[in-house]
Ligand binder design. Structure first.
Ligand SMILES: *Cc1c(COP(=O)(O)O)cnc(C)c1O
Length: 427
């Protein structure tokens, strides 16, 4: 099938797409740009612009300090909403605060303190760097062994392998739900059960799954989880992250950053730290109110679009992209570095090519935004509310052109960066 035939098919798929209209709910971005990096920074929902003006110009500018009355419970109220719409978590277990890195630290430290006498922390050798670094720091500070496991680099962590490496000396198993490199979707339920049989606690990083994959934390047997809100949740750069602490565990866990926002009677300003009951004990300092408002809008928007519909389109998009890869890019030396089975994938597709870094730069010059992950991976994010099938055909055509230029022996490889792309023209 030629790229032209694929283009015709993409137009049909777009015409039948129940989420096609969702793109109108976002700021459009530069004319003609194909944005395949919503897994890194989601697009701006129009409603968030309006909410931002309200928070800043009315609540802050006019309400000033009096507005705290309405703001102060936002970490838990927005957390409850996020739990209900996207995490499968009953109220009282989720809060929105701090960054993913800080939340991972709080949760991991609390888990390790709750398993005294156990000497091992288990994670994935290719987990996201911040996850590995902070576990390394915690393990070193406590004299524990950090066991970084080599899982299949495409298929990710699997329950059998976890069963081999988690044992009675393991305090904590910390993994990503969706692998940031390959997009592999881990079986949270099966893996958590394996860890529980060994008596270990589980901590899941949901950065690449929240807003793209339906999550059932309460049903999954996960103990602890956290994730960011600026990727598929579209809450903006540096927006506050969330954390989940299973209700039954809240009384047994104590997080390490003791601050006044977790204090039982916060405004008594009294002596001695005594944390409030519930997930609020995981708060530390003043919440980022502007960021929280945008998390609320992003959550509400995805809730209205429906996570099941989002997942269905995301699987169809990534499957279409894998088909396009097979026909048009595999012959040009690109390998597939994501699982073939759409049920085992999150919402991005990763291709490997020795010149991936250059391809990614060239794509940017033609208005296709993807991202590069060292040493040879090109990541193509398919955020269902904002990505069309036709855009995937455009991207694949440009990827093919980006490697054909030089492979064809022409002069393009010697030209100034960007020159050959400009001939190709923006769409
Ligand atoms: C994006 C991402 C993070 C980011 O952490 P920050 O504290 O927001 O910088 C952490 N973990 C994973 C798996 C991610 O994909």
């Amino acid at each position: 099938m030629s790229l032209g035939q694929d283009r015709a098919r993409a137009l049909e798929l777009d015409a039948e797409d129940p989420l096609a209209g969702a793109r109108e709910l976002f700021w459009p971005g530069p004319e003609g740009q194909v944005y395949l990096d919503g897994n890194s920074l989601g697009m701006l929902p129009r409603r968030s612009g309006a909410r931002l003006r309200r928070v800043v110009e009315r609540e802050w500018a006019e309400g000033l300090v009096g507005s705290w009355e309405g703001w102060i419970d936002m970490p838990t109220s927005v957390g409850d909403r996020l739990g209900r719409e996207l995490l499968g978590a009953a109220p009282g277990q989720v809060l929105v605060a701090d960054s993913t890195t800080v939340n991972l630290y709080k949760l991991a430290a609390a888990a390790l303190d709750a398993r005294p006498g156990r000497g091992v922390v288990v994670s994935d050798r290719h987990n996201f760097p911040t996850d590995r670094y902070l576990l390394e720091g915690l393990a070193r500070g406590r004299g524990l062994e950090l066991r970084l496991v080599e899982f299949d680099e495409v298929e990710g962590p699997d329950p059998q392998r976890v069963a081999e490496v988690v044992d009675g000396d393991t305090a904590l198993l910390s993994l990503s739900h969706v692998d940031y490199r390959s997009g592999a979707l881990a079986d949270m339920m099966a893996i958590s059960e394996v860890a529980h049989r060994a008596g270990a606690l589980t901590l899941w990083d949901l950065c690449h799954s929240v807003g793209a994959v339906p999550i059932e934390l309460d049903r999954s047997a996960a103990d602890l989880a956290c994730g960011c809100t600026y990727k598929y949740l579209n809450a903006g750069p540096g927006s506050p992250a969330f954390l989940y602490v299973r209700g039954e565990l809240q009384g047994q866990l104590r997080q390490p950053i003791w601050g006044w926002f977790a204090q039982l009677d916060q405004f008594a300003m009294g002596q001695g730290y005594s944390p409030r009951p519930g997930v609020g004990a995981f708060l530390s300092g003043s919440p980022n109110v502007i960021g929280l408002a945008l998390v609320e809008e992003g959550t509400a928007l995805l809730g209205e679009l429906g996570i099941e519909r989002i997942r269905a389109k995301s699987q169809a998009l990534t499957s279409f992209l894998v088909e396009l890869w097979e026909r048009h890019l595999n012959p040009l030396g690109f390998g597939l570095a994501s699982p073939r089975d759409p049920r085992r994938r999150g919402s991005h597709v990763t291709l490997r090519h020795p010149r991936a870094a250059e391809v990614c730069r060239r794509l940017a010059g033609t208005g296709v935004v993807a991202d590069f992950r060292s040493p040879d991976r090109l990541r193509l994010g398919c955020a269902a509310p904002t990505t069309s099938y036709s855009e995937l055909v455009v991207a694949v055509g440009r990827i093919a052109a980006a490697v054909s230029d030089r492979a064809g022996g022409g002069k393009a490889g010697e030209a100034a960066p960007g020159a050959s792309q400009r001939q190709d023209g923006r769409p």
